[in-house]
Design a protein around this ligand. Structure first.
Ligand SMILES: NC(=[NH2+])NCCC[C@H](N)C(=O)O
Length: 408
């Protein structure tokens, strides 16, 4: 199979998507580690997996080819050299650059079959596994109050954040928090090493070791030349400038980057928790991202002779109309804009719709007010169960990394 990656909109029929089913890593969250791992509760794994299967089934029924991150990694790691390089990188990124612990971890993990190795790495490695002889190592005291020598990676089911495909290129994220920084190694290996993609000479708009912080949940590809990016808890203004510069100078087809300043907090960590595109001229919006006078801080970046030209906007509606050349715009408010329902449903990712075709979305069933409103605005809504998945603070858009969409 030769898979081309190409994303030129948020709404074109979704053809290929990358998912990760929640696994054992979820059960390795404890009340003590929960917040550091960016969770607000500990999901019940069997139920979370059922909900995730429901999600994948809806995508398949609607013509999307679903790929799983662990399957692709397992394929790649059958190659012994790649397996060894990958282990070097992930053990180093876990804080063990080159010492006895590094060697012990590498020996242990290298002895496992690729699938088991990947599953164990994601779930986290407990100290006991390396044996008592390592108890006195210098590297040990720093992890002594924690049963894990390599922490679990429970946020991996939010594949969206690992990267963003923009046009024919990829922006591999550099994650803000330590809890998620190793995750991007998986997508880097997949895009650069898996035979599905290797033939494709993918241009990179951002790399995991670039200087600036950016996460996929902040990137919305609005059409074939406009991309919107959140200035957020996870994405810096510098990263957006650097991304714009790359896009403008490398024949990406992108000549407009909209930078939108959103509140900086855990509930709204990414742009897609407060704003998504669901149709040519329809968007979900969490009203509290705007001030009372409906204003927000927005900049539009275009290529210019001297580098980048900046235009300042204060109206979301105006900037969308101007950049997308729309006469009319339908902004659909999360929780119908009610002062209680809106924050409640936003907290449970009521705005985090995954658009699978123009005017057709997947959402969490618990956000019934937002869902009803979407339907009243003519959107076709597929609901999935969401008691457990939502505890990780991410919805259907966060749980999916689109690799290919049909042109619109
Ligand atoms: N694209 C998104 N909104 N992703 C949600 C990520 C949630 C995850 N617990 C985090 O804090 O990183």
């Amino acid at each position: 199979m030769d898979l081309k990656i190409e994303i030129k909109s948020e709404i074109g029929k979704l053809k290929v998507v990358l998912l990760k089913q929640p696994g054992k890593e979820i059960e390795n969250i404890t009340p003590v580690t929960m917040h550091g791992l960016l969770f607000d509760d500990i999901p019940y794994l069997p139920e979370a997996q059922k909900e995730h299967e429901e999600f994948a089934a809806i995508l398949r029924q609607n013509g999307t080819h679903v790929l799983y991150l662990d399957d692709l990694m397992t394929d790649i790691l059958k190659n012994k050299t790649i397996k060894s390089n990958f282990l070097e990188e992930i053990i180093t990124a876990s804080g063990f650059a080159d010492n006895l612990t590094h060697t012990a971890l590498k020996t242990y993990l290298n002895s496992l079959e690729p699938r088991k190795m990947i599953t164990e790495l994601m779930a986290g490695i407990r100290k006991g596994l390396l044996g008592d002889e390592l108890r006195n190592l210098r590297s040990f005291p720093e992890v002594d109050d924690n049963p894990f020598i390599m922490a679990p990676m429970p946020n991996l089911y939010f594949t969206r954040d690992l990267a963003a495909i923009i046009g024919k290129g990829a922006s591999i994220s550099k994650m803000t928090f330590r809890a998620r920084q190793r995750e991007t190694l998986f997508i880097e290996y997949i895009l650069k090493q898996h035979p599905f993609f290797a033939q494709d000479k993918i241009p990179y708009w951002h790399q995991r070791n670039s200087q600036t912080r950016i996460e996929g949940g902040d990137v919305l590809v609005l059409n074939e030349h406009v991309v919107a990016v959140g200035i957020s808890q996870r994405t810096s203004a510098e990263a957006i400038e650097a991304l714009a510069d790359k896009l403008f100078k490398n024949n990406s087809g992108y000549d407009t980057v909209i930078a939108l300043k959103i509140p900086c907090n855990h509930a709204m960590m990414h742009l897609d928790t407060v704003f998504t595109m669901v149709n040519y001229d329809q968007f979900t919006v969490y009203p509290d991202i705007m001030q009372k006078n409906q204003e927000m801080d927005i900049w539009v970046l275009h290529p210019a002779d001297a580098g980048i030209e900046y235009l300042k906007y204060s109206s979301l509606e105006r900037v969308l109309k101007d950049t997308l050349q729309l006469d009319e715009l339908d902004l659909i408010y999360t929780g119908a804009g009610d002062e209680i329902a809106a924050p409640r449903e936003q907290w449970n990712d009521g705005s985090n719709t995954l658009t699978i075709a123009p005017g057709e979305v997947v959402t969490y069933n618990r956000n019934y007010i937002s869902n009803d409103l979407l339907r009243k605005h003519g959107i076709k809504v597929h609901e999935i169960s969401s008691s457990e998945l939502s505890r990780g603070r991410g919805g259907p858009r966060c749980m999916s990394l689109p690799l290919l969409r049909e042109k619109i």
